[in-house]
Write a protein that binds this ligand. Structure first.
Ligand SMILES: *Cc1c(COP(=O)(O)O)cnc(C)c1O
Length: 399
């Protein structure tokens, strides 16, 4: 049978960073700026917990209004409601830039703060937004969930907001982790507490198991075979006993680690795990930035000219460290279905908007929410995994 296309090799592609020896190899290259350089940090278990803490530090309460972009992660809203405040959604351009004219039109005495998201690691014109906030007495919460690394106008991301939040689990090979920083205000919140040994163990094991599942750290896997078996057994026994006693089993880890948008106030005063904090120190940051930039640019070169899609951003700005590679697609549902068949990991960021937020609120946000498909470009994609992903996406894009 001539001319039949060869079947594509099918490595299981890791959606998120996976721990490997390379992760902790000493990074070459200069120190890279990150949100952690913006000011003293509180390391918590998720970005949404950091949002809630930031709003509390700002004194946001019942009757206040918080401006939120009409294109958002659903996890950004419950912290606003937790404060008793009301979210009000502002418009974006088709390049996801904040529409300051719309923001200005929405200001009144109840509007106290604005959340600004640096989408996919590409900074907003945050110096201009800072000046706008100063001129209008508005508190600025810089959402660096997609933008852990990078700088703008010579200052690290996160240093423009009154407060800034990050989601370290989007950039490091860890299962939980977020941070709150402030370059402008002392943090008033009491010190964080440990969430307990069960949590510590669960987080470390989840990260290792994910690594093993993708064929990394094979010698460690071999060494840990027996302890892991014993752990599984112990876990099952514990669960059975707790179920038998009818006790309510508090979850060992926050739901924010399971790609849910839930908000759990029980984690507000909990410190990020020892494992995650250690990884923040050990994992090579220059490598994260260099590899992500390289993978993003490879995706852009290979896919940028194909029909039916175009990169959301014409170019990756100097110094930016991407979360994912976003493309605006003509027929997003059809492509998403094809990519699912081809086992290509895809994120449709903000696909589900908060109830009531639709094209009438912001046509551009609705178009972005529906039309943007984003692909992993993280530091732990191996060259053959990246090549396989590119080939599968290109094939799915064929008319
Ligand atoms: C993921 C995300 C958050 C919340 O971060 P978690 O660590 O998942 O709680 C906030 N804002 C944006 C834009 C996000 O994508």
């Amino acid at each position: 049978m001539p001319n039949r296309p060869a079947p594509l090799p099918t490595p299981r592609l890791p959606m998120t960073p996976v721990l490997s020896w390379a992760s902790v190899a000493r990074g070459r290259g200069a120190r890279v700026p990150s949100i952690l350089d913006a000011g003293p940090a509180r390391l918590v278990t998720s970005g949404r917990i950091a949002i809630a803490l930031a709003l509390r530090e700002m004194g946001i309460g019942p009757g206040d209004v918080v401006l939120v972009p009409a294109w958002h992660s659903l996890s950004m809203i419950p912290p606003v409601l937790w404060r008793g405040a009301t979210p009000l959604f502002y418009k974006l351009g088709m390049d996801a830039a904040v529409d300051l004219d719309d923001v200005a039109a929405k200001l009144d005495a109840r509007v106290k703060a604005i959340m600004v998201t640096h989408y996919f690691g590409v900074p907003q014109d945050i110096a201009r937004i800072r000046a706008f906030c100063d001129a209008h007495g508005l508190l600025l919460l810089e959402d660096c969930a997609h933008c852990f690394f990078g700088e703008h106008a010579g200052r690290p991301v996160g240093s423009f907001g009154d407060y800034a939040i990050g989601s370290s689990m989007k950039f490091f090979p860890i299962f939980e982790g977020g941070c709150l920083v402030s370059a402008r205000h002392a943090l008033k919140a009491p010190p964080l507490r440990s969430a307990g040994l069960g949590f510590e163990a669960k987080i470390a094991l989840a990260s290792l198991e994910n690594s093993f599942a993708h064929g990394r750290l094979a010698p460690v896997k071999a060494m840990l075979w027996l302890p892991m078996k014993l752990k599984d057994l112990a876990w099952r026994t514990l669960k059975a006993r707790r179920a038998g006693a009818g006790a309510a089993t508090a979850a060992l880890a926050p739901s924010s680690s399971d790609s849910s948008a839930e908000f759990e106030p029980a984690w507000l005063d909990k410190r990020s795990s020892w494992f995650s904090r250690t990884m923040l120190r050990l994992v090579s940051r220059p490598r994260i930035v260099a590899q992500r930039r390289r993978n993003y640019q490879a995706l852009q070169r290979a896919l940028g000219g194909l029909p039916g899609c175009r990169p959301l951003y014409p170019a990756l700005p100097d110094g930016a460290c991407p979360w994912l590679f976003p493309m605006l697609v003509d027929e997003p549902d059809r492509l998403a279905a094809r990519l699912k068949d081809a086992a290509v990991p895809v994120v449709r960021f903000g696909q589900h908007q908060w109830p009531g937020v639709d094209a009438a609120v912001c046509p551009n946000s609705a178009a972005l929410a529906h039309g943007v498909l984003a692909f992993p470009c993280h530091q732990d994609l191996l060259p053959h995994e990246l090549a396989s992903m590119i080939a599968r996406i290109a094939q799915a894009l064929q008319p």
